[in-house]
Design a protein. Structure first.
Length: 343
């Protein structure tokens, strides 16, 4: 209630990216202060834990921070204090990038959603992983990797670019997510083509890796294409899946078309993609028959929307846009309100 009626009106006066940077500064300060971490934990970190184990990792609860909030690994301890069961950093790329020109992040309050075209801005794989290696967390740490946002990098060079980030991430991560669907690079969807995905997974030399490796799909992936991509991933013994990334689609939004035209392109996240994300989770579960863990992400902003993901087949959950609209208390509310299916 405090966030909704006091903090959010103040935060929403800021540009969406300015508000994000403000939140990052607060979280980063908490990350570096044991006293602040204890204070945050007293307020937000309690409520029941729902312990589960996947990939040999113990998750105190299934609520994770999605990639995109903390691209540079400056807040994991703060997120642990908030009560998250795991954190995913990134996307990180081989080369550091300032991302796309501003403005590049926009709120859609009528749809409880966001549109962003950040452009994979991050400090680069080497710097971020060195930062992460200094952490001591009680929760699993995931690192999300993507191709550097440079259209000149393609073909074998693109695979080599991914491979460098993958090798660096292995030094710090408890699991790695391969982001094959980020819509914010110059050429759009990168490795969702079956041939390109096969070449990428082969180039990463996954058979020699001891780190659980997941693949993240777009929410816009048709069912037939999804099944084909999963079949490819299964040939390389991918350990799990993240569903889903953002959408390029603008169907059935309450935000006026004039406002959408003014915003332009970018990835849509939040409540507007919740049902589509649920469908992808359900399709994944149908194809896999429950054989691999699924992390459900996309439009989770209440215990009800979280439960829909779980009922669709998700084993773990991630949130980001929901925090923008509901505030940090959302984590505790989700932990209190969801029911995990026995595995």
């Amino acid at each position: 209630m405090i966030y909704k009626y006091l903090a959010r009106p103040f935060i929403f006066r800021k540009d969406a990216e300015e508000a994000h940077e403000f939140a990052l500064r607060i979280a980063s300060s908490t990350n570096n202060s044991a006293i602040l971490q204890s204070m945050v934990s007293l307020v937000y970190g309690s409520s029941k834990n729902i312990e589960q184990e996947f990939w040999g990792l113990t998750f105190k609860n299934p609520i994770g921070l999605a990639a995109g909030f903390d691209k540079n690994g400056t807040t994991p301890k703060a997120m642990q204090s908030l009560g998250f069961g795991f954190v995913e950093i990134g996307s990180i790329t081989t080369k550091a990038s300032k991302g796309n020109l501003k403005p590049r992040a926009f709120r859609l309050p009528e749809d409880r959603s966001l549109i962003n075209r950040m452009g994979l801005n991050n400090d680069g794989a080497e710097i971020v992983t060195e930062r992460l290696k200094k952490l001591s967390l009680d929760i699993p740490l995931g690192v999300n990797i993507a191709k550097t946002n440079d259209t000149a990098i393609h073909g074998n060079a693109a695979i080599a670019d991914y491979a460098y980030s993958y090798e660096k991430a292995k030094e710090a991560a408890d699991y790695i997510t391969i982001n094959i669907s980020c819509p914010n690079t110059g050429e759009g969807k990168t490795f969702e083509d079956p041939g390109a995905l096969t070449a990428l997974l082969k180039g990463l030399n996954l058979s020699s890796s001891q780190i659980p490796t997941l693949v993240k799909f777009s929410v816009d992936t048709p069912k037939k294409d999804l099944q084909q991509l999963v079949e490819i991933c299964e040939k390389f013994d991918i350990d799990g899946y993240v569903a889903t990334n953002t959408s390029s689609n603008r169907e059935r939004l309450s935000t006026p078309q004039t406002a959408l035209d003014k915003i332009g392109n970018g990835g849509l996240s939040g409540a507007a993609i919740s049902e589509k994300s649920d469908a992808i989770v359900s399709w994944l579960y149908e194809v896999l028959k429950g054989s691999k863990p699924i992390i459900g992400v996309g439009g989770i902003d209440s215990p009800e929307s979280a439960q829909h993901k779980i009922d669709a087949g998700a084993n773990l959950l991630q949130i980001y846009t929901g925090l923008v609209y509901e505030g940090p208390g959302l984590v505790k509310r989700l932990k209190k309100g969801i029911q995990i299916h026995a595995t």
